[in-house]
Design a protein around this ligand. Structure first.
Ligand code: IMP
Length: 184
């Protein structure tokens, strides 16, 4: 089985391909830019994007919208994560967190699959923001995020290790469970 993943993020693609490969599901990347609205919830961003994309693609496809939510910053960068990563980066987040004792944060991933209807799958991982950047695997905010129960950052984990516990791994798990029950 082949499924189209609309993304230009090679990190997300690698994780989805790594997750599905053992199931014999091939993930095909399509790089089509789509509007990401400013909304309070990732789910709204995903639904709007799918409504925009659905008439442009003639096969079932999915997208992933994710964000890093930092408790001491009232959930920032959250739905603005992509913009904040581009403008402030990991260094900027570490500066905002300088002197802040409460390091609690979570990552959330929302996957939207469209096959004539929209199906939403979500995953969350709790953790904390480190004091320095560590590791060079993964992408985005991985070097500053330490998942709960671990001392390593996501950027110090292989794709397989990260997928077992990450927000995206959990959303992919829910997605694959649904696929098995309904399609595969
Ligand atoms: P978007 O989902 O493409 O809007 O991306 C949100 C932002 O969060 C981007 O800057 C990503 O680099 C970052 N991001 C999303 N998922 C992850 C992840 O699994 N690890 C680290 N950063 C991530």
């Amino acid at each position: 089985m082949e499924i189209i993943f609309i993304t230009s993020n090679s990190g997300k693609l690698k994780e989805a391909q790594g997750y599905f490969a053992p199931m014999g599901v091939k993930i095909i990347q399509q790089k089509i830019g789509y509007p990401e609205i400013q909304a309070k919830e990732l789910e709204e961003v995903v639904k709007f994007a799918i409504e925009w994309l659905k008439d442009k693609i003639d096969k079932p496809f999915f997208i992933d919208d994710s964000g890093l939510f930092i408790e001491a910053l009232n959930g920032f960068p959250g739905v603005y994560s992509a913009y904040v990563f581009k403008t402030l980066g990991n260094e900027g987040i570490l500066k905002l967190m300088a002197g802040v004792k409460n390091r609690k944060a979570y990552f959330k991933s929302v996957i939207g699959y469209y096959d004539g209807e929209i199906h939403i799958f979500k995953g969350v991982v709790n953790g904390r923001i480190g004091y320095t950047k560590r590791g060079n695997l993964g992408f985005g905010f991985d070097p500053i995020f330490i998942p709960e129960g671990f001392t390593k950052t996501f950027a110090e984990m292989t794709t397989e290790e990260k997928n077992k516990i990450s927000h995206r791994g959990r959303a992919l798990e829910a997605f694959s469970k649904w696929l098995k029950e309904n399609l595969i």
